[in-house]
Design a binder for this molecule. Structure first.
Ligand code: MG
Length: 465
């Protein structure tokens, strides 16, 4: 009898091994599709994590995540500012292909074109539950909000936290008006304070920015708990550490790196809460978690905006060292991001990837891992599945990676604004090698010109109302 049962169990395990693909998940769920969580930080410097060399910001949870997963040293956002970098992440396209949106402000009537296919729409069509929790910044009018772009729900601020409200936005019945603001103020006065939204309505004005990271975390944990038995996509674009900086009372004044450090350390706490919840719920091996940022840090206190807006304590930027440059710039410091991917049992622990990859690759990577059809239009991203499996022996899927329309990287070489740098020996982009390597410069110049021409011909329109 025992022999028979053991034999059947062995047979069952053998058959399961034959049937399940390499990236399969546990048997307790009703689906074999993995969950995806994307944590997208706002304006974080390349150095501002322990595992990326910060001398004074402590991030034990993200460091552990890197120790259990894969740290990317050459991972790029597709833009040096907020709006286009978000358009790229969600569509798998360079921002120039999807309308080349600039940073959007509350008086603008533009946004990510609803005709584009977002990661959320792609996965929702394949049975996923989807949520956006955090800063959106792809259009605050109803047609452009997350709930019109594939997300089942939305909680967060509609654009940057140094912006104001559009008085035409819809107020919730039970909207909370804070800091002495009246309904009349809301409709008639422009205040330099950002609203907090749920789905398509303003639920709080001004948003209590001290508590945003905590509230995003609570919302994220509730979403994960509610969807533990089905596949989900959680997009969590934090508001911090975009200026003005705010941290909760538990974190303010606690770091060795000022309020900026407090913000990062609170985000690290949030990351720890999320990873712990995945383990507690037994879905850690079913969930790929990505941590990255939208663009480099502010050049404060050197940036002139710091001087005119006052309150220097809340206007502090991070460090992109050893990279050159900051937010707004196409130097490495403006677009190369500190990135970690974590998926116990599927991504081997303690690895590093030095190949070129970027946020545009998330959509095709998730498509491959979930068996979802790709959008029926041209995208620029490439699947990173091979890199995730074998980061030390797989080459980048990108022969060329573009810095807006200004530059291109191919292997170790970067051409930017007509100058040539060898990133392998000169990560700080200090020495122009155009004279020494004219053939490399010519090759990269052709790559950039041909690509800019192609995207000029085939680029699509942004959304407008
Ligand atoms: Mg940003």
């Amino acid at each position: 009898m025992m022999l028979t049962r053991n034999f059947l169990m062995a047979l069952s395990i053998a058959l399961t091994a034959l049937v399940l693909p390499e990236f399969s998940v546990g048997a307790t769920r009703t689906s074999d599709k993995p969950n995806f969580i994307v944590i997208f930080i706002d304006d974080q410097g390349y150095q501002d994590l322990g595992c990326f060399g910060s001398p004074n910001i402590k991030t034990p949870n993200i460091d552990r995540m890197a120790g259990e997963g894969l740290r990317f040293t050459d991972f790029y956002s597709a833009a040096q500012v907020c709006t286009p970098s978000r358009a790229a992440l969600l569509t798998g396209c360079y921002p120039e292909r999807v309308g080349n949106l600039p940073v959007l402000f509350p008086n603008q009537r533009r946004g990510l074109n609803p005709q584009e296919t977002t990661i959320a729409e792609m996965l929702k069509g394949n049975g996923y539950k989807t949520a956006c929790i955090g800063k959106w910044h792809l259009g605050h009018l109803k047609a452009f909000l997350p709930t019109s772009q594939g997300f089942d729900s939305y909680f967060g601020i509609p654009y940057s936290n140094d912006m104001w409200l559009d008085p035409n936005m819809t107020l919730a019945q039970d909207v909370v008006l804070r800091e002495g603001v009246t309904m009349d103020d809301y409709r008639t006065k422009r205040k330099n304070s950002v609203p907090l939204m749920r789905n398509t309505e303003v639920i709080e004005y001004p948003a209590d920015q001290n508590l945003l990271t905590q509230r995003y975390t609570s919302e994220a944990l509730a979403f994960i708990e509610a969807n533990k038995a089905n596949p989900f996509f959680l997009y969590l674009p934090h508001t911090m550490p975009h200026v003005p900086l705010y941290a909760s009372p538990e974190f303010e004044g606690q770091s060795d790196a000022g309020l900026y450090g407090d913000c990062i350390e609170e985000i690290d706490w949030s990351m720890g809460e999320i990873l712990a919840a995945l383990k507690r719920l037994g879905i850690d091996k079913n969930t790929l978690v990505v941590y990255t940022s939208d663009n480099g840090p502010w050049d404060f206190p050197n940036n002139a905006k710091n001087k005119v807006k006052g309150n220097t304590q809340r206007r502090v930027g991070g460090s992109a060292l050893p990279l050159r440059g900051y937010k707004f710039q196409t130097w490495e410091g403006g677009m190369r991001e500190p990135t970690v991917m974590w998926w116990p049992g599927h991504i081997a622990a303690g690895q590093e990837c030095h190949e070129i990859a970027g946020t545009i690759d998330l959509l095709p990577t998730f498509a491959s891992l979930s068996g979802s059809p790709l959008p029926d239009k041209t995208i620029d991203g490439k699947s990173l599945v091979s890199l995730l499996r074998n980061p030390s022996s797989t080459l980048s899927p990108h022969d060329a990676y573009f810095y807006r329309t200004k530059g291109v990287r191919s292997g170790q070489w970067k051409l930017i604004d007509g100058k040539l740098y060898d990133l392998a020996s000169d990560i700080a982009e200090s020495t122009d090698l155009s004279q020494e390597h004219p053939e490399v410069k010519a090759r990269l110049t052709t790559l950039l010109e041909e690509r800019n021409q192609e995207i000029k011909q085939n680029g699509r329109q942004a959304g407008a109302q």
